[in-house]
Design a protein around this ligand. Structure first.
Ligand code: ADP
Length: 301
């Protein structure tokens, strides 16, 4: 197979590992800087050019599109789809997953367990919004945040009101969420490929912190997940339309709650924690599924 990897940086661990695994399994792999790919949209024959030449003959494309380039990255990916190239994850599914609120709405529609979450525009509605999600303690999240930045725990309703008002004053969209205290500062990252959880790890926040992000000093360890957690992760990825996803789950007293479904899950933490060849399993998925024109949406929508 000829595989394209859309990535801004060939030196990132995940990109490097995907190249390595692809080559090891006998494929031709090219890393394409997402922002340097350009397209001819008017043409009947959709094309992508890169450094002065047309990209041709690809069987599959692996999008590793960072949050800050979602818009342009999804346009490039959509162009690949229109050319009949099989995407590991489709552009529509990636756009969907990048909108935290839209993702939660889609997941809730399918009955997947979620922390109770509220969203409002006007500061006048804040007191009732807080009541709606069950009062303090509360977690407030900036919608565009990543790696735990913009996620705040408010122990009292007064604190929550002030923080919400401050974010609203800064014109930041936020959501307000029930705090899952019993999770004990831990969450579970389930790495889904196709209809399987191929690896899982527990991330534990450092003492005095409730955010378990590795970027915030959290530590990762092996964990055995329950059948319910496994099926929740698989269903969440399917609802989002993602073939490959990192599903973050909180263990609550009333079962697994999905916090987020990530469409470009990192490989470093999960490979080093589990010792598994995740990159190889991702390439294997493409070997089994990438046939020309098999894209569900072919760039529509
Ligand atoms: P980001 O996408 O920026 O990583 P998250 O929504 O994943 O933001 O939150 C960061 C971390 O904060 C999570 O990994 C989890 O440990 C903790 N956390 C988030 N929401 C809750 C919640 N409702 N209850 C308990 N802990 C939470």
């Amino acid at each position: 197979m000829k595989i394209a990897i859309l990535s801004r940086n060939p030196n990132l661990y995940s990109t490097r590992r995907l190249v390595e695994a692809g080559v090891q399994r006998g494929h031709e792999v090219q890393v394409i800087d997402t922002l340097r790919a350009y397209m001819n949209i008017a043409s009947h024959k959709p094309q992508i050019h890169y450094r002065g030449r047309a990209l041709e003959g690809f069987d599959a494309v692996i999008p590793r599109i960072g949050a800050s380039v979602t818009f342009y990255g999804c346009a490039v990916l959509r162009q690949f789809e229109m050319m009949g190239v099989f995407p590991l994850n489709e552009s529509v599914a990636i756009s969907r997953s990048r909108d935290k609120l839209r993702s939660l709405q889609l997941l809730s529609r399918k009955g997947i367990g979620l922390p109770v979450t509220g969203f409002a525009h006007s500061p006048d509605d804040v007191p009732d919004l807080i009541r709606m999600v069950g009062g303090a303690p509360l977690v407030i999240k900036v919608l565009e945040g990543t790696q735990g930045i913009g996620v705040v725990l408010c122990e009292t309703e007064k604190a929550a009101e002030s923080v919400i008002e401050a974010f609203m004053g800064l014109k930041q969209d936020i959501m307000v969420q029930e705090y899952i205290q019993e999770a004990g500062g831990a969450d579970i990252r389930c790495f889904v490929v196709g209809d399987k959880v191929i690896a899982a790890m527990k991330r534990q926040a450092k003492p005095g912190e409730f955010r378990s992000n590795l970027h915030r000093g959290g530590s990762a360890s092996l964990i055995k997940i329950t059948p319910e957690e496994r099926s929740t992760a698989i269903r969440a990825a399917r609802v989002m339309g993602l073939n490959v996803a990192g599903v973050d789950i909180l263990r609550s007293n009333h079962g697994p709650l999905v916090m987020e479904v990530n469409s470009s899950p990192g490989l470093e933490g999960i490979e080093s924690t589990t010792g598994k060849d995740i990159a190889g399993l991702v390439i294997e998925y493409l070997e089994k599924n990438a046939c020309p024109g098999a894209t569900r949406t072919r760039g529509k929508g």
